[in-house]
Write a protein that binds this ligand. Structure first.
Ligand code: UT7
Length: 344
């Protein structure tokens, strides 16, 4: 094969030197669901749920409220907090596993509602989706493919919950969180430590595939498809989260060149209060560093949990604007992502 030598050199994109979060927003649906409402169907108790998970209540979206509706609330708040207008946004990245359509993605619908025609796509990285989105946004801003990126984590898990499944019926909640990532003169998002273990894909998974693989052909067999609830093997996931994720969080600190006691906030995925406490211990996090405990009132909202917890900590003054926060998401895949950020 001959080599072409007379071709012009391509012009490539160049972006900002650094990226940072400019603003965050959150949306919690109106309906508060206490444990008492769920315990009968799973032969449980408010006390058991609180002791084993730290969850007191969660929010459920209205039947006709969609992930796009919830995302729109959070996105508008984040854009306002960032002090920009929607037309500056070059990409909308929506992290969700509960948009009930295989296609089209939810992000273009949201972009249209915001009155923009930017790049817009969904990512499926479950409870780590928001941190994956922040990693992509940081790279896009520095790489020059967008000046501002809107990242949303949103879930309507109540649509995908089997209310008779003891391991998950009480765990999930609905909500949306969003962040605007844009250019910065100083470093605002540390390196992302991320990865996957697909050999454990079945530990948190939708009950059935949408299609049934039969011999050498595939077909939708309506008879055999069960309600696609998301189920979880609680104990192995718990062990993986406790023993596997603290080292990832430590690597994110090391990569950013900071120590645990430099942090102004620790914002882990809100999966279980006991997992949060175990991670604090393993990271040897000093006791005066604020830790997100939004799970008590919001339960596990998968991709939305970290931005929702971040929005709350800033709004309630638990964490300072401009402070350093370590965030880590982990979940179905199995997948994970962690990074240190400067709070907007
Ligand atoms: O977001 C993605 C990442 N997700 C996570 O990281 C979640 C990880 N897993 C967990 O948070 C926990 O495994 C759960 C909260 C889901 C469950 O807590 P656990 O302490 O692991 O419970 P277990 O499955 O070990 O069950 C302990 C006991 C059992 O009874 P015996 O055998 O000790 O008599 C269960 O039968 O609790 C019983 N049990 C329940 N009792 C009341 C299990 N589920 C329930 C229930 N209510 N809902």
């Amino acid at each position: 094969m001959s080599t072409l030598t007379d071709r012009p050199t391509l012009t490539t994109a160049t972006g900002a030197q650094y990226a940072r979060l400019w603003g965050v927003g959150g949306y919690r649906p109106e309906r508060v669901v206490m444990n008492a409402e769920l315990v009968e169907a799973i032969d449980s108790s408010d006390q058991w749920i609180q002791e084993r998970s730290g969850i007191v209540s969660r929010r459920y979206a209205a039947p006709d409220e969609t992930v796009v509706d919830m995302a729109e609330h959070a996105a508008r708040e984040a854009i306002e907090a960032a002090g920009i207008t929607a037309d500056s946004i070059g990409a909308v990245v929506m992290a969700t596993v509960t948009h009930p359509y295989q296609t089209p993605a939810a992000a273009p619908i949201l972009a249209d509602r915001l009155g923009i025609r930017s790049a817009a796509f969904d990512i499926g990285a479950a409870c780590a989706g928001y941190c994956h989105g922040i990693a992509l946004a940081e790279n896009m801003v520095r790489g020059g493919s967008a000046e501002f990126v809107l990242v949303i984590g949103v879930e309507k898990l109540s649509d995908f919950t089997d209310f008779h499944d003891r391991g998950t019926a009480f765990i999930f909640g609905d909500g949306a969180g969003a962040a605007v990532v844009g250019p910065s003169d100083t470093p605002g998002i540390g390196p992302t430590i991320w990865g996957s273990d697909g050999s454990n894909y079945d530990k948190i998974a939708q009950r059935d595939s949408w299609i049934e693989v039969k011999d050498s052909w595939t077909a939708v067999d309506e008879e055999s498809i069960k309600f696609p609830a998301i189920l979880m093997q609680g104990q192995p996931v718990f062990r993986w989260a406790v023993w596997g994720m603290a080292p990832v969080a430590q690597q994110a600190l090391d990569a950013a060149g900071i120590k645990a006691d430099d942090l102004d906030a620790f914002i882990p995925h809100q999966a279980n209060m006991r997992i949060i406490d175990a991670m604090i211990k393993q990271l040897k996090l000093p006791s005066d560093i604020p830790v997100a405990r939004d799970i008590a009132e919001t339960a596990n909202t998968s991709a939305a949990s970290i931005p929702l917890a971040t929005e709350r900590m800033l709004r309630e003054g638990q964490a300072p604007h401009g402070g350093l926060a370590l965030q880590i998401g982990f979940g179905a895949g199995l997948v994970f992502a962690a990074q240190v950020i400067v709070l907007p």
